[in-house]
Design a protein around this ligand. Structure first.
Ligand SMILES: Cc1cc2nc3c(=O)[nH]c(=O)nc-3n(C[C@H](O)[C@H](O)[C@H](O)COP(=O)(O)O)c2cc1C
Ligand code: SF4
Ligand code: SF4
Length: 253
């Protein structure tokens, strides 16, 4: 076991963090977590033996805000494990993109994985993931990564994906607030892009800034923040068939 890993994560609704923490539990005695979605803190530089970098998949890519925050890091030759977490549809170019970003920052990517978590827009897709079966397989992967690190092997990993990457998502839609909103301001504070402001105590969302990450929907204590019903319906149509499908995690060493 390593003594400590530094976990850099972007996790608007918690699935990415949950999956990455299982991996960290399997590889080190303690974990220092750094939230790439937090607007009020600069990203702390890595100092330890291993950095774990975990981000969700948005439209087959990594979220732009996570890529921007990762650009603040300096790896200085340190080892990194990269994890993309996706909602049981597909991860497409996201893992390749993440590895390229992390390598450009001076890290050596020792291992990578594409892990499944519940879909943050349609929770019945990938429902309950990561589950016990995921947990066992993620912990087994962590054991293999540890062995690879201890053997001193520096074989770099090859992951699927195309470069140039597919076009990023561009949906000019944002979540909306219902009349049951009590104007608590929680959504404004959790938004990783600062897209929500309270105007006359009512949440107003900037379409240009919103990346549809679902953090505000997940954090609203009144369940008053929702996807606009036409978008929800469209997503249901696109993803509904995946409710009865189980994609498995993929590991690259
Ligand atoms: C805007 C957006 C785009 C997404 N795109 C994909 C995708 O392309 N493929 C996929 O399988 N899941 C996709 N998902 C689902 C998330 O990748 C998945 O739910 C992930 O666990 C979310 O991470 P979080 O719980 O840390 O926020 C998307 C979710 C959102 C909000
Ligand atoms: S978190 Fe929910 S209740 Fe609070 S201001 Fe935002 S929408 Fe309203
Ligand atoms: S307003 Fe958009 S970017 Fe901000 S938390 Fe909500 S979904 Fe995410």
């Amino acid at each position: 076991m390593l003594n400590m890993t530094e976990l850099y994560y972007f996790s608007p609704t918690g699935g990415t963090k949950m999956s990455a923490e299982i991996f960290c539990e399997g590889i080190s005695k303690s974990v220092k977590t750094m939230d790439l979605g937090s607007r009020d803190k600069a990203v702390e530089k890595p100092t330890g033996e291993l950095a774990v970098v975990a981000v969700p998949v948005f439209g087959g890519r990594i979220p732009s805000v996570a890529a921007e925050r990762l650009n603040e890091l300096e790896g200085n030759g340190r080892k990194a494990v990269t994890l993309v977490v996706y909602g049981n549809r597909a991860y497409e170019d996201a893992l390749l993109e993440l590895n390229n970003v992390v390598k450009e920052r001076g890290f050596q990517v020792a291992a990578s994985a594409a892990l499944v978590a519940q879909h943050s827009m349609i929770p019945e897709v990938g429902k309950g993931r990561p589950d016990d079966r995921d947990r066992k397989s993620i912990l087994a992967f962590a054991g293999k990564v540890l062995e690879k690190m201890e053997s001193g092997s520096d074989v770099s990993v090859k992951v699927p994906g195309n470069d140039p990457y597919k076009d990023g998502m561009n949906m000019p839609v944002t979540p909306i607030s219902l009349s049951s909103c009590n104007r608590c301001g929680k959504c404004t504070s959790v938004c990783p892009t600062g897209a929500i402001r309270l105007e006359s105590s009512t949440p107003v969302t900037d379409t240009e800034k919103c990346i549809l990450c679902m953090a505000c929907v997940s954090a609203c204590p009144e369940q008053a923040r929702i996807l606009p019903p036409p978008l929800k319906e469209k997503m249901e149509q696109m993803l509904g068939a995946l409710k009865s499908v189980r994609r498995e995690n993929e590991y690259f060493l």
